[in-house]
Design a protein around this ligand. Structure first.
Ligand code: IMP
Length: 448
């Protein structure tokens, strides 16, 4: 069996830890969308590693990590991560000397490249938009050039990894794209013009360094599927940040939903797969955009308490995350749009010793009760959450949890409430931040 892991909320659900755990069971781990806007924080043996681009499976010896065609790939960030992994002793040859992980990391020839001008444009756009408000206003992007790189891809003026290895093609493509960009730079942003030659040289250097990592990733996956090797598709961001199905326009520029794993890696829909949606026991969001259960304006102290206990600060930008109660209307939508077959519940430990826990089960809008997520972002901005109030649970020691029966009864009731509402089982529960603080209820790789 193969597994797709997706964020079921607005990202930052704790996917890194679940992916890390599932990586042990897969032979291939694939990033299929997004780029280094993601940030997976892993705690292994008390040591923290943050990865933005390379699949977190890299920390498991013997696995092949693939960056597929759907990713927007920043080569400079890639090499920074490779270097930090090499420095952190993740890769050693037989004599114990540092070595480059060419053999275990592969980058698709078809992935689109993030170049310095994408980052510049991302930041210029956000600065420009910060003068406006509402749907035309600032999105609160990570500033990593993700949106502009996807724009170029869809507009058919992007640079692909394969182009970095073909100087003639590269020069022609860069020339064409810079001509257009410079009109924007000059007339819209009043910013310095982009120069072709230094950029061309940079691309050539990056391409040469990248050469040993470049592969036909789709072909690698076909081979893996033919040999029934288990594959883990590692989603980034979250369902509600999907460019088609999220809270548009306050979204990222890729398909974060499970379907993105297929188009983003070149695998067909007949693949046997389980879809695991990761959700926190509450909700967070970074950046702007609607967030019905947000606590900031209702109970700022509680919002801050959850942020503090949950260490809710972005792994990529360090920004404080907005916090709120669990939103089951949004989660039900995520179950439907991804075809989620099992849930992984994270960070219930953050809510320990709360008197009561609220769960949003419907919205109120203009006198009506809504049980579905409205399509209009303006409506979603206006909805009032309607809550069920459940009893809180006391404290527990994550290291003493070996089966669901070891969890406090109130927490088990909370989990049951979620399962009954969504008609999806919780297959994994993270009881604390460490790799070992995890309760595996059932194994999706063994599902029939
Ligand atoms: P972009 O992906 O940098 O273009 O940002 C678009 C929106 O997605 C912003 O609201 C970001 O804060 C959000 N975003 C992007 N990546 C992540 C992530 O990994 N976790 C949570 N939010 C993210």
């Amino acid at each position: 069996m193969n597994v797709i892991v997706v964020g079921a909320q607005w990202g930052d659900e704790g996917k890194g830890k679940v992916v890390d755990l599932y990586s042990a069971k897969a032979d291939y781990i694939v990033r299929y969308q997004g780029g280094n806007n993601a940030g997976h924080t892993l705690v292994v043996n008390g040591k923290k590693t943050v990865l933005h681009l390379i699949p977190s499976g890299i920390l498991h010896p013997g696995k092949t990590c693939l960056i597929a065609n759907g990713v927007v790939f920043d080569p400079e960030v890639f090499f920074e991560e490779i270097e930090s992994l090499v420095q952190s002793e993740a890769f050693r040859d037989h004599s114990g000397n540092p070595t480059q992980p060419h053999h275990v990391v592969r980058v698709s020839e078809r992935a689109h490249v993030i170049l310095p001008y994408h980052r510049t444009l991302d930041q210029l756009r956000e600065n420009h938009a910060s003068k406006l408000s509402g749907a035309g206003g600032k999105i609160g992007t990570t500033g990593r050039g993700i949106g502009p790189a996807y724009e170029d891809k869809v507009a058919r003026r992007g640079i692909q990894v394969i182009d970095l290895l073909r100087p003639d093609v590269l020069r022609a493509k860069l020339k064409r794209t810079l001509e257009e960009k410079n009109v924007l730079m000059k007339h819209h942003f009043d910013a310095p013009l982009l120069e072709l030659e230094p950029l061309f040289e940079l691309c050539l250097r990056l391409g040469e360094r990248l050469r040993p990592y470049v592969a036909d990733v789709r072909g690698v996956l076909v081979h893996a599927l033919q040999h029934k090797k288990p594959i883990l598709f590692e989603g980034a961001q979250g369902t509600l940040l999907d460019v088609d199905h999220g809270t548009y326009p306050f979204v990222t520029s890729s398909n974060t939903v499970a379907g993105g794993a297929l188009t983003g890696s070149g695998v067909g829909p007949g693949v046997p797969v389980q879809v695991i949606g990761i959700t926190k026991a509450y909700t967070t969001r970074v950046g702007t955009g609607p967030f019905p259960t947000e606590l900031e304006h209702v109970d700022p102290e509680l919002a801050q308490k959850i942020r503090k206990i949950g260490a809710e600060f972005g792994a990529t930008t360090g920004r404080p995350r907005r916090t709120g109660w669990l939103d089951l209307v949004a989660l039900k939508y995520a179950v439907e749009v991804n075809g989620i077959t099992g849930l992984a519940l994270t960070k219930a430990d953050v809510l320990q010793n709360f008197d009561h826990i609220k769960v949003c089960t419907s919205y109120r809008l203009a006198g009506n009760t809504l049980y579905e997520l409205p399509s209009s972002g303006e409506d979603l901005e206006k909805v009032e959450p309607a809550y069920e109030v459940l009893p809180g649970w006391g404290s527990y020691n994550p290291r003493e949890i070996h089966s669901p029966a070891d969890l406090p009864q109130e927490l088990r009731d909370y989990m049951r409430f979620i399962e009954d509402f969504l008609h999806v089982p919780i297959v994994l529960m993270s009881t604390g931040p460490g790799r070992e603080e995890t309760l595996v209820i059932s194994d999706p790789f063994q599902a029939s």
